[in-house]
Design a binder for this molecule. Structure first.
Ligand code: NAD
Length: 246
């Protein structure tokens, strides 16, 4: 019960990695607000699983790329829970295309959800963390940010931006008891990766020294570690949970 009564928000927390992170916090006694933007059915399933863990939870439908939605979402959490200890900026999308075929809309949307969403949610939560001189912000980046990947110029730019954002914000927050770190998942079995074709999957497997895709829980533990009290002297870092990939 390392996180008993800690108040956590996980963006994009109803599926894949975000869901595993949310459930892992709840199993450790945290109150968990899970945000999502679409697919009400999987959101309800996640809500039911959280309720089964008999902790407090909130289902938060909001588009993290829209400032007014984010302010409303965080405002409603603060009205009900008074403060938030931990924010996990996990919501993310891909729209992969070679640059030659990448139109402006696909460029903008990926940057808006992944990078602008991280900025908007962090900014909206900061005041309550500063007031209490405690906070943990954990941003989810990607190997694509570190090594690049053909067909992912938009995605890798957004995730590289998240690393730079993490480092700068960690310096702003360091004296206020708030740490800001990033977790870099490798290739993880989630809805985002299940549609990869067989050839891409076996190419990836060949690149992973551990010879297997990660499970969402492999990443969740890295997030929980950085969110823990014990990780209080670690800030501005990127922790890879990637089977040795990067
Ligand atoms: P996923 O597609 O399974 O889930 C994404 C979640 O984000 C969903 O809950 C969705 O509702 C939410 N979301 C999407 N757009 C949103 C928006 N505008 N506002 C609010 N919520 C929104 O994805 P996943 O595979 O679980 O990935 C989670 C994060 O991990 C992403 O940031 C992704 O880039 C990153 N990541 C994933 C992998 C992987 O192998 N799956 C590897 C590296 C990094």
């Amino acid at each position: 019960m390392e996180f008993k009564d800690k108040r956590v928000i996980v963006t994009g927390g109803t599926k894949g990695l975000g869901k595993a992170i949310a459930l892992s916090f709840a199993r450790e006694g945290a109150w968990v607000g899970v945000n999502y933007s679409s697919d009400d059915k999987s959101a309800s399933r996640t809500e039911a699983e959280l309720e089964g863990l008999s902790t407090k939870s909130l289902l938060l439908k909001a588009d993290v790329s829209i400032g007014a939605d984010v302010e409303k979402m965080i405002g409603s959490v603060l009205d009900q829970w008074e403060y938030v200890d931990i924010l996990v900026n996990n919501a993310g999308i891909i729209r992969d295309k070679l640059l030659m075929f990448l139109d402006e809309e696909d460029w903008d949307r990926v940057l808006e959800v992944n990078l602008k969403g991280t900025y908007l949610c962090s900014r909206a939560i900061m005041k309550t963390m500063i007031a209490r001189r405690f906070g943990r912000i954990i941003n989810i980046t990607s190997p694509s940010a570190l090594t690049g990947r053909a067909g992912q110029t938009n995605y890798s730019a957004s995730k590289g931006g998240i690393i730079s954002f993490t480092k700068s914000l960690s310096k702003e927050m360091a004296r206020l008891g708030i740490t800001v770190n990033a977790v870099c998942p490798g290739i993880i079995s989630t809805p985002m990766t299940e549609n990869l074709d067989q050839e891409t999957k076996s190419n990836f497997l060949n690149m992973i020294p551990m010879g297997r895709f990660g499970e969402p829980e492999d990443v969740a533990w890295a997030v929980l570690f950085l969110a823990s009290e014990k990780a209080g002297y670690i800030t501005g870092q990127v922790l890879a949970a990637d089977g040795g990939l990067t």
